[in-house]
Design a protein around this ligand. Structure first.
Ligand code: ZN
Ligand code: ZN
Length: 571
């Protein structure tokens, strides 16, 4: 069983406890357990099989460890079954609608008998919600909007979940003897933020045997189709996977076809037609003769193009750029030299500065910035000026003990509603690295929000604008501001824009990376790590940067420690 299933059970328990108005501490422990399990790199099934002690995991005590074993054995646990009897089965789904908390869900259920997302949509559409206590027309409007967002995201999973699923599936496919070669195409290969389903191309001379081997994969819940061309399955976590059998001489053409995007492929097909060629999933043809098809490189070459990285295949000018030999030389994970956004135990992180430094060094980094929250973020225990000074001293003492590694004393300071920073200028001036972020009042009008951010950018003490749009994918819309004015101000003031690599943020989004690059703004790819394992999220930020056409020189944290130090020396 996949960890995702166990995480989902804990998440559902927390949802129900919340609607029932149970103890907040209890709710949080299930939420945390869900997150801990979801973030593990090792599967719990393996850990249990190897006799490892689950209570060594953060936030997992004896009781939760027992439940994990119960879920592994039965797919569910008694507590969830009992809780579900106390509420309609689909009521907790309402919590996934943006703006609906447990209190409102309870009211909707008790007053209007709403039991599902379908009921909610009907009631909101009929204008029945605005008259409820504490709701009003605005809440009703927000619910309709939230439902629309949820629908557009339905059936899509985040890039990290997809990457985890691919890794697990890959281990299985590598062991199937009849599978000679396999590769994932589709939006996963283009590294989109969310993935609808997985397209896996398979080369296998003995297709029957290969299909048998593929279908032996344990996390398969349902077999949707099985034929000589294609095997389709649904995995337990709800992800659909299409395995397509492809011949050797067509593998490259099929990879191009199934990688997409559709818009990119249309432009390529037109280019082929102009050359009296025909491009499809079986190859590039002149009449009936196959001119190319075995590799992507040879198909592109036959169209007078260099190979185009999958992340660029969105019909955003990549084919013209390729034709003019002006494709960017995209930044790569191996170019990253350090991480400039991480939280420690001083606020809401799980590890000490020293532990973060050691973990960063293990990953081959030369530096890491400890950027804990400022006082406005009370929920995370944000630091006030005196605490931050002490904390920075402590970070510097740790740094003094580190040989050949730079632990930057930094902060993630809040940008207050009026554009002031949440800490005195003097304190911020004394730090090595200042990230400024919006964590509140996300719905300010565009003009006010623009002024707010411009004030921070022009403060003279900020190095980087953290998660600039403040969005949470599928849950919180991006804040609205005049993008060009803010980017221009960043360029003038030498302030970087962050690409936050946290999988539900991925902020700056790719199209804005491209815009910022065109405007001459430097970017920073950061994980916003709250624990050591988060440092490995860097790859998802790099994917966004690549989709945004960024080269190594566009990304500040590709600099060596010594170059970074020179760059940051305040003039
Ligand atoms: Zn933040
Ligand atoms: Zn942060």
């Amino acid at each position: 069983m996949e960890n995702a299933r166990i995480a989902a059970v804990f998440g559902r328990i927390a949802d129900i406890l919340e609607i029932l108005g149970e103890n907040a501490f209890r709710i949080r422990s299930y939420r945390n357990a869900s997150r801990t399990v979801g973030d593990l790199t090792e599967t719990l099934a393996d850990m249990v099989a190897e006799g490892k002690d689950l209570t060594d995991l953060p936030g997992i005590g004896d009781s939760l460890a027992g439940k994990i074993r119960e879920i592994l054995a039965s797919g569910t646990c008694e507590m969830l079954e009992d809780l579900q009897k106390r509420l309609p089965a689909h009521l907790p789904d309402l919590l996934h609608v943006k703006g609906l908390g447990p209190k409102k869900v309870k009211v909707l259920y008790e007053r209007l008998g709403i039991q599902s997302l379908g009921d909610l949509k009907t009631a909101a559409g009929a204008g029945k919600i605005r008259d409820l206590d504490g709701m009003g027309a605005k809440t009703e409007q927000n619910i309709l909007q939230g439902l629309a967002t949820l629908e557009s995201e339905a059936g899509r999973i985040g890039i990290k979940e997809a990457a985890d699923a691919v890794r697990a599936l890959g281990r299985h496919l590598d062991g199937v003897e009849a599978v000679r070669r396999w590769q994932v195409a589709g939006s996963f290969r283009r590294r989109r933020e969310t993935i609808g389903d997985l397209d896996v191309l398979v080369e296998a001379p003995q297709r029957e045997q290969a299909a048998d081997g593929i279908l032996a994969y344990r996390p398969i819940e349902t077999i949707l189709a099985r034929g000589g061309q294609k095997v389709s399955v649904a995995l337990v976590e709800g992800l659909q996977v299409d395995f397509r059998f492809v011949d050797t001489q067509a593998f490259g053409a099929a990879m191009m076809y199934f990688t997409g995007s559709k818009a990119h492929n249309i432009v390529l097909r037109k280019r082929a037609q102009k050359r009296r060629l025909k491009l499809n999933e079986y190859g590039l043809f002149r009449g009936k003769r196959r001119v190319a098809g075995e590799t992507e490189e040879e198909v592109f070459a036959a169209l007078d193009l260099p190979w185009i990285p999958p992340e660029l295949r969105e019909d955003r000018g990549e084919i013209d750029a390729a034709a003019e030999r002006k494709l960017p030389n995209l930044v790569e994970p191996a170019d990253i030299r350090g991480d400039l956004h991480a939280h420690s135990t001083a606020t809401d992180g799980a590890n000490t500065p020293r532990q973060l430094a050691d973990a960063a060094r293990q990953r081959g980094y030369q530096y890491l910035a400890v950027t804990d929250h400022s006082q406005a973020v009370t929920i995370a225990g944000g630091l006030k000026a005196s605490d931050l000074r002490r904390h920075a001293d402590r970070v510097r003492r740790v740094n003094a003990d580190l040989d050949g590694f730079w632990l930057l004393a930094g902060v993630e300071v809040d940008i207050l509603n009026d554009g002031r920073l949440d800490l005195p200028q003097k304190v911020l001036e004394g730090l090595d690295w200042v990230v400024a972020s919006v964590h509140s009042a996300f719905s300010l009008a565009e003009a006010k929000m623009t002024d707010r951010i411009l004030a921070a950018v022009r403060s003279g003490v900020v190095h980087c604008l953290g998660h600039p749009f403040g969005r949470i994918i599928g849950r919180r819309d991006p804040i609205r501001f005049d993008v060009d004015r803010v980017f221009e101000a960043c360029r003038e003031a030498g302030v970087c824009l962050e690409i936050n690599a946290y999988p539900d943020r991925l902020d700056l989004p790719d199209v804005y990376c491209k815009r910022a690059r065109e405007m001459g703004v430097t970017m920073v790819i950061s994980t916003d790590a709250h624990k050591i394992a988060d440092l490995d999220l860097m790859e998802f930020g790099v994917s966004v940067a690549r989709r945004g056409w960024l080269e190594k020189a566009d990304v500040l944290n590709t600099l060596s420690a010594s170059s970074l130090r020179k760059r940051l020396t305040r003039s």
